[in-house]
Design a protein around this ligand. Structure first.
Ligand code: B12
Length: 452
């Protein structure tokens, strides 16, 4: 009889009861890749808590993925299998950074990217020789075929399909764990492979889950243009969103082809509004331009029919209650179409985590229980120049001002005026409405706050 691999995507306790149809959710691509690397004589199922309530399902081997925010739930599920004597393996960013902690909860940990090592894990499992830790290499995807993720195993009700075209980031922003995990080299998938995957998916809505789809220099921007042109030439009709860096607005050709290939929204990490602050957090890519031109960048993209989700952060050591409020005003004035506001969060493995730990300024250290608060929405550190309450109130004020009904309508009208395109306006309007719902839900769950 075929052996069964059960792959589990846990969802953090705060979000489990949110409306299951919400399009802010995305399929667990890592598990789709693990499935595609597993020999064909295995039966594979993905249990996805975004849609299905967890019930025990028999399996020979159980693989679980987790971010820090979802790891508590992941360990709860692992305990169920441990009790039944079914072997468990965990991978993903959290377990990779917290190997010893994970090993207290699962039998085996795959550290880093799994493509190079998963076949060995399966072989060892089959021969009864499963090791405790396996380390994946950072593969160069240029000269090898990526396994096409098993998109067919994801829940059909996801609005977006996800595709990754690059991995790695040469930047060393203090708060981010991406380069630690995916390396400093920007690795690009062959365009032919991406085009084949898009054709196979044959789905309208695509989220390219790259950290920066346009890359970090002229050659990489050229490659992005090539990708967008191929999407157009092959007549692949998609609406897509992705993360990008600020320099997209310096390249007219890039914006033109991105828009023509179906780009609807780009997420740009602006983070903070002053050059000295950007230097402080080592966000080098943004210091190349003046933050006073953030609004020009947004305007340019909007004129190309591309909406901008602006990512901003609060809670740095240079922040006071006043600078936090100044940033809020700056955001409202910047003309950003959708706002992503986060409280700084020292994720495991980052420079920031070490620094805060050394200074004894992490408030939530009852690990693993407290990892669930590491979600960018809750205060887990002791701020330097303000109280925890001031920081909490700060982020609440960002949400209630940006996602007020008045401001959502204002944002929709701004982009309509700039793009003269009703579709683009609707993307902004609906994204803001969805974010408002998520934040409202969060405020209620975390703060029992029904207002707003
Ligand atoms: C897409 C994405 C999302 C999607 C979710 C996608 C999903 N369900 O998996 C959405 C938008 C919902 C999301 C939400 C959040 N995200 Co997010 N997200 C990403 C992003 C941009 C890409 C992830 C991805 O799909 N990568 C591609 C896949 C192929 O890589 P992978 O998952 O790492 O899988 C590989 C390996 O890890 C391994 N692997 C993974 N799982 C398993 C399991 C087993 C058994 C094995 C063997 C191997 C294995 O194999 C895979 C192939 O090599 C990353 C940034 C990044 N570069 O990773 C941030 C990132 C993972 N997110 C992050 C965070 C903080 C969040 C949020 C907490 C905050 C927020 N923005 O609201 C929430 C938490 C979600 C929740 N509460 O449930 C952080 C995580 C830091 C940390 N230590 O936890 C990251 C690194 C971004 C960052 N710079 O801070 N996110």
């Amino acid at each position: 009889m075929a052996k069964k691999l059960l792959l589990i995507h846990p969802v953090d306790n705060c979000f489990r009861d949110l409306n299951k149809e919400l399009s802010v959710r995305l399929p667990p691509l890592g598990l789709g890749i693990i499935a595609s690397l597993t020999p064909s004589d295995w039966e594979i199922e993905i249990l996805d808590e975004n849609f299905d309530d967890f019930v025990f399902k028999p399996a020979d081997f159980v693989g679980i993925t987790a971010f820090s925010a979802t790891v508590v739930r992941a360990y709860e599920i692992a305990a169920v299998y441990k009790e039944k004597g079914i072997p468990t393996v965990m991978g993903g960013i959290h377990a990779s950074m917290m190997i010893d902690e994970a090993l207290q909860n699962v039998d085996c940990v795959v550290v880093g990217e799994a493509e190079s090592i998963w076949p060995t894990v399966i072989k060892d499992f089959e021969s009864g020789n499963l090791q405790k830790v396996y380390r994946g290499e950072l593969m160069d995807f240029h000269d090898r075929k990526w396994p096409v993720p098993r998109h067919d195993l994801f829940h059909k009700n996801y609005k977006f399909r996800i595709v990754q075209t690059t991995r790695g980031c040469p930047m060393k922003c203090h708060y981010c764990s991406v380069s630690l995990f995916n390396g400093y080299k920007y690795r690009q998938r062959p365009i032919d492979e991406i085009i084949d995957e898009l054709k196979m998916l044959n789905h309208r809505y695509i989220n390219f889950v790259d950290d920066n789809i346009i890359g970090y220099g002229p050659a990489q921007e050229k490659r992005a243009i090539e990708l967008f042109k191929r999407i157009i030439d092959e007549n692949i009709k998609i609406d897509w969103i992705s993360h990008t860096s600020i320099n997209i607005a310096d390249n007219e050709e890039l914006m033109t082809y991105a828009a023509k290939s179906g780009c609807r929204i780009v997420f740009i990490g602006f983070e903070v509004e002053k050059e000295e602050y950007l230097k402080d957090i080592n966000k080098k890519i943004n210091t190349q331009i003046k933050s006073s031109s953030y609004h020009e960048i947004i305007k340019k993209l909007n004129k190309h029919n591309i909406a901008v989700t602006g990512g901003f952060m609060v809670g740095f050591d240079f922040d006071t209650a006043k600078t936090v409020d100044d940033r809020r005003r700056f955001i409202l004035k910047s003309g950003v179409n959708i706002m992503g506001a986060s409280i700084i969060t020292p994720f495991p493995g980052t420079v920031m985590h070490k620094q805060f730990m050394d200074e004894g300024r992490i408030l939530k250290t009852n690990y693993p229980h407290d990892w669930q608060y590491y979600n960018y929405r809750e205060v887990v550190i002791k701020p330097k120049n303000m109280t925890v309450e001031e920081l909490e109130n700060g982020i609440l004020s960002y949400w209630s001002s940006f996602f007020s009904i008045y401001n959502i309508i204002r944002s929709a009208l701004i982009i309509l005026f700039r793009s003269r395109n009703i579709d683009t306006m609707l993307w902004v309007f609906l994204s803001c409405v969805r974010r408002r719902r998520v934040i409202k839900h969060f405020r209620f769950v975390a703060h029992k706050d029904k207002s707003f």
